[in-house]
Design a protein around this ligand. Structure first.
Ligand code: BG6
Length: 494
């Protein structure tokens, strides 16, 4: 359905004074509003422990928006009307009384709109609080959109948006899922993995299944290895307490990186429907296995120097801020192809990409001076920065001598080399937009999340058995080179 035709909607944000609201959500909601991509009327209710008035909350939102480097001053005129959509509810998630107050606020909004508004609950809080919130929402009757006396009460929907990590191991994720299942149907649950909503990641399916050029080569016969990496130059900053309890592998590996791996390795879903795509993604995850039985042969971990001095981090913490693992996808299409999965914080570069290395031709018509590996084709999905897709190929250099030069075909979203110049929605804009429209394609299903945990839980144990390498902030840990038996020419041409 077109979003503008959607029923009046209230978005309740648990954790509205937290990091996620500040870094991503406020701007995403504003951008949707500015582009006319929200239902009308639309309301935001911020729920948090801090004692704020509605006006304080509105002032916070204004400050977040205008402090953003990319803020377009031309849109300053609509900030007032936007912040007027926002209300604040001070509350303690463990106290049933505050849920009753929240209920009153929502009822008042329904009465003002004179219809039952859709209710969207966004849990932008630590996953440790999910259980309490689900239970209290249910106990206080907030899991039904409106009382039967409210006009059109049966036409409104009720949805929950939950952030990853969903649980902290296989058992906990399963228990949480059972609990959620008691209160909500699968079509009401939106498990966010915002990487799935990034533009280049969405493009993987189109690229693979709309171009025979590559899909016919998409297998172990033609691909020698794949790298999937999310490298960050920032450190844990204010998220020490949360991060220290989970570490890099659960923060980035269990969700974002495994979802990217699923998109690269899944079979053709056969249809462009949320159900078909989610099923195809979930189906490949159980085939993901460590490349070797011995932990030291498939996993390395590191921690940046100074991490233990970060606020709210255990001073003797062994939590990893960097990992690299070598895995395989043990099915007919992929068996034997190594996949290198890597992520870390406080590194020397900030870059997320998926690199597919194609096998070298068996007989190369190339000069002997070239040596090995200089003629592999490389396909790169660049997620950030400079979103785009590039293909590296080899061409004869011009002139009398016969030599090979690396060349690139590229498509960049920012329009410098490709055709696309349109601004595209940020991942969180997309997450909210799709949730309001009721499209679950870019959200993880329960099967996918469970399969991810089933793979990650033993890997977390293996990870803790290998030495923790300390690396300097802003530098790449020496373990980055682990398991790479390839000396790729790619490094030289990029
Ligand atoms: C989040 C992780 O899911 O993704 C963070 O919890 C990480 O630790 C962030 O920094 C990265 O997202 P993005 O969109 O900024 O690359």
């Amino acid at each position: 359905m077109e979003i503008k035709k959607e029923r009046p909607t209230v978005l309740v944000v648990f954790g509205a004074t937290g990091d996620l609201f500040k870094k991503k959500l406020a701007k995403a909601i504003f951008d949707l509003y500015a582009a006319g991509n929200l239902p009308r009327p639309f309301r935001i209710v911020g729920f948090s422990r801090k004692p704020l008035s509605h006006d304080d909350f509105r002032a916070n939102i204004r400050e977040i928006l205008t402090a953003d480097k990319s803020f377009d001053a031309l849109r300053a005129d609509i900030i007032d009307s936007f912040t007027r959509l926002a209300y604040y509810q001070k509350g303690d998630i463990t106290d049933l009384g505050t849920y009753a107050k929240l209920g009153e606020t929502l009822e008042k909004m329904d009465r003002e709109a004179n219809v039952c508004m859709n209710k969207l609950f966004y849990l932008a809080v630590s996953p440790l609080h999910y259980k309490t919130i689900f239970e209290n929402l249910s106990k206080s009757g907030l899991t039904i959109p409106c009382a039967p006396t409210v006009p059109e009460h049966s036409m409104a929907w009720y949805r929950v948006l939950v952030e990853k990590p969903f649980g902290s191991d296989e058992t906990e994720a399963m228990n949480l899922d059972k609990l959620l299942g008691r209160f909500f149907k699968e079509e009401q649950i939106y498990r966010i993995d915002h990487y799935l909503a990034k533009e280049t990641i969405q493009n993987i399916l189109t690229f693979r299944f709309s171009n025979t050029l590559f899909e016919s080569l998409w297998n172990k016969e033609n691909i020698s290895r794949v790298e999937i990496k999310i490298l960050e130059s920032t450190n844990v900053s204010a998220r020490g307490s949360f991060y220290d309890s989970i570490g890099a592998l659960k923060d980035m590996g269990q969700s974002h990186i495994l979802s990217m791996l699923a998109l690269i390795t899944m079979e053709n879903p056969g249809a462009l429907s949320p159900d078909a795509i989610r099923k195809a993604r979930a189906k490949v995850v159980p085939f993901i296995k460590p490349y070797d039985k011995r932990p030291d042969k498939y996993v390395v971990r590191g921690q940046y120097e100074g991490y233990v001095a970060e606020s709210a981090v255990n001073p003797v913490s062994q939590t990893e801020t960097y990992f690299k693992i070598k895995v395989k996808v043990a099915n007919k299409r992929w068996r034997s192809v190594p996949f290198y999965l890597e992520s870390g914080k406080a590194l020397g570069e900030a870059k997320s990409e998926i690199i597919i290395y194609f096998k070298e031709p068996k007989t190369c018509i190339c000069p002997p001076s070239i040596g090995n590996h200089t003629h592999e084709n490389i396909l790169t999905f660049r997620i950030q920065p400079n979103e785009g897709i590039t293909v590296l190929f080899w061409a004869k250099n011009s002139g009398f001598d016969f030599g090979l030069d690396a060349k690139q075909l590229s498509f960049l979203y920012n329009g410098k080399e490709g055709f696309e110049t349109r601004k595209f929605p940020d991942a969180y804009e997309r997450v909210l937009y799709d949730c309001i429209r009721g499209d679950q394609t870019l959200f993880s299903s329960t099967d996918e999340v469970m399969a991810q945990w089933k793979f990650i839980t033993p890997v977390v144990r293996d990870l803790s058995s290998v030495p923790l390498v300390i690396y300097k902030q802003g530098e790449n840990p020496e373990v980055r080179g682990a398991f790479s038996e390839y000396d790729s020419e790619y490094q030289n041409v990029n």
